[in-house]
Design a protein around this ligand. Structure first.
Ligand code: T4K
Length: 407
């Protein structure tokens, strides 16, 4: 009998693909009513009533004075970095979505990659000091998977050294640090409301801050710098959120309480499935903190599991489970950074190791407990038959596998 895996039988566990990041919907009727009202109003963008309502609700939720909604988090990061006068070099983790680095490089600010703490997957505050040069103007921390990034240590350090501190909170809506909502730290924080996020507006982002003059500046900059009909007082761009996006954002925000319950249940089901599998570990979310449980993040110990992360991902893809290797291979191994800093990996051992052993599994409204049980069965079968799986995969060329030895 061949192992019960599509790799051998040709019959995938799922007829349709299971995606990581499948959007959650919220109340469809409520969304459609908002769209109908928007059409009747004929006000589709440029600081419309839905965007204003969304901003107010996000600010209240996070507990900040100001929220400035934007078309996406990448542009929001770019505008915020520019508004804060970041130039020269800015310290960022490499283990993040490439947008964190691109938002700086796009305006010719050099991202300097700092290694992460392998436990938290977040920037290691003890390594930041050694990367400071006379050109350093700021730090951008990332709350990866909604787990808080050393906000207090980085805050104290930035203040002492006169650096601007921002946070990329793309993953962190609805998450806390010691009971304090993420989105309230540093000079400003940036959320993503992309379709794949916990709360989403199809495409969207927002900056949250308690700094009134900064919020005013961000509003001008996202609207070409206009301060009146014919008056431009800053260099600006177009970073506005549309009314249709805000309609989805509001509907999604209203669904957040229900979704976190669903996500948490999925996380618990995965924990039960993976708990018995040697070599696979689901990352923890501190039970004392709030998390949105939007990310099912698995770490593979290849020696114990008998298979590498990449081999397991291939097994899952054959079953139509589109597991993702976020954030492999790390920004420092992507262009243009790879060419600019060809030796960056030497200073990023934890980034390299974590990026080689992590994969993400699908969750959310569209995934059922039965789906998770089936994913568990696939993983169990793969580990039970690891020598056969390894031999079978070796017959298939796969140029994208992580280099041997890094996992
Ligand atoms: N900082 C961090 C730490 C981030 O993670 C991100 C974005 C940003 C900054 C920038 O935020 P934005 O500028 O995007 O607001 C996706 C998202 O596009 C991106 O927003 C997200 N992080 C990143 C983690 O994931 P890709 O290139 O992996 O997307 P893609 O097209 O492969 O889609 C992801 C999965 O979602 C697929 O499995 C398919 C599924 N999907 C996607 C969409 C859009 C659906 O099922 N339906 C959909 O409508 O970047």
């Amino acid at each position: 009998m061949p192992p019960p895996l599509a790799l051998f039988t040709g019959r995938p566990a799922f007829a349709e693909p299971l995606h990581v990041g499948r959007p959650n919907l919220g109340d469809r009727q409520c969304f459609l009513r908002r769209i109908e009202e928007m059409l009747d109003r004929r006000w589709f963008t440029n600081d419309g009533p839905l965007v204003r309502e969304f901003e107010q609700r996000v600010a209240d939720f996070v507990g900040v004075r100001h929220c400035v909604a934007m078309c996406n988090a990448t542009v929001a990061l770019e505008i915020t970095a520019r508004a804060m006068g970041l130039k020269g070099e800015v310290i960022v983790p490499s283990y993040t979505f490439v947008a964190t680095a691109h938002a700086l490089q796009w305006q010719e600010v050099t991202p300097v990659f700092c290694d992460i703490d392998p436990q938290t997957h977040n920037l290691d505050p003890d390594r930041v000091a050694s990367l400071i040069t006379p050109r350093t103007t700021g730090i951008i921390g990332v709350h990866l998977w909604g787990r808080w990034c050393a906000v207090d240590a980085l805050g104290e350090f930035a203040e002492r050294r006169g650096l601007t501190l921002l946070f990329d909170a793309a993953h962190a809506f609805g998450c806390t640090d010691h009971g304090r909502s993420l989105g309230r730290f540093g000079a400003a924080e940036v959320f993503s409301f992309h379709a794949t996020k916990f709360v989403h507006s199809f495409e969207g982002g927002a900056v949250t801050t308690d700094d009134g003059p900064l919020a005013d500046k961000l509003r001008l900059m996202r609207n070409f710098g206009f301060s009146g009909y014919d008056k431009v007082i800053y260099l600006g761009t177009n970073g506005k959120m549309s009314e249709a996006a805000a309609a989805m954002g509001l509907t999604s925000l209203e669904n957040a309480g229900r979704l976190v319950t669903v996500n948490r249940r999925r996380y618990t089901s995965y924990a039960e499935q993976l708990g018995e599998l040697a070599g696979l570990r689901l990352i923890d979310y501190d039970p004392e903190e709030q998390n949105n449980y939007q990310y099912i993040v698995v770490e593979v110990d290849a020696r114990q599991a008998g298979l590498t992360r990449d081999e397991l991902v291939e097994v899952l893809h054959a079953e139509n489970v589109r597991a993702r290797r976020y954030f492999y291979p790390g920004c420092h191994r992507m262009e243009p950074y790879r060419s600019y800093f060809p030796h960056a990996h030497l200073l990023l051992p934890n980034t390299e190791a974590v990026a080689a052993r992590v994969f993400l599994l699908p969750t959310g409204e569209t995934i059922s407990a039965a789906d998770i049980a089936a994913v568990g069965r696939v993983l169990r079968a793969a580990l039970d038959h690891s020598p056969e799986v390894k031999a079978q995969l070796a017959t298939r060329p796969h140029p994208e596998r992580a280099p041997a030895g890094v996992s």
